[in-house]
Design a protein around this ligand. Sequence first.
Ligand code: DX5
Ligand code: ZN
Length: 219
Amino acid sequence: MIEISTSILNMIKGKESETIFGLEKAKTDYFHIDVMDGKFVKNDTYNNMLNLSSYIKRISNLPMDVHLMVEDVKKGINDFSSIEPNIITFHLEACKNENEVMECINLIKQNNSKVGISVKPNTPIESVYKYLPFVHMCLVMTVEPGKGGQTLLSEMLDKIKELKKFIDENKLEIDIEADGGINLKTCDDVKNAGANVLVSGTAILMAKDYKEIIDELKK
Ligand code: DX5
Ligand code: ZN
């Protein structure tokens, strides 16, 4: 089954409640919260996302999928656990060593969220393999993290395929999430490669009819 996680990064200011309500009605499976600290990536959405996700928590029951693009992962986990997200994903590249990766995984679990681990386009997928038995999801970035509205890097399709093969061969039960540049043109390739959770921001938020595009992306 394919699930859709709508990135609210580029939601129009002043239209928050109608957008959130519209997305809920259109049956998005998650709200994807893109947390940027101005260090791990250039943009800084930290406080804005903290406010927005707290607001979503008050007005919606839909699960939130927090994507931490931050250097200080533990602070991110502690701050965003307050919104009780379904899942918190952090970047492998933000951790100094194996010990720190395991500490972050355990901290997320202690805070009662599921755990996702993510890799940037230039990070080989093999580097996450040893952590997969301990996490619920692996997020493959299909663009360079940092902003919405970019074009999907087609080389990432092979990376997703490789990951899918490893997961199946090792009988792991892990979701594969793909994030960046996913729209009606690219979604079939991403799904065929093996991703089952698709993040989409621009394509959904710019569409006239949220339900129509979400149904189409899920097919
Ligand atoms: C990129 C973020 C995204 C991304 C999705 O750093 O992680 O989640 O902006 O937005 P679109 O669908 O516009 O690529
Ligand atoms: Zn994201």
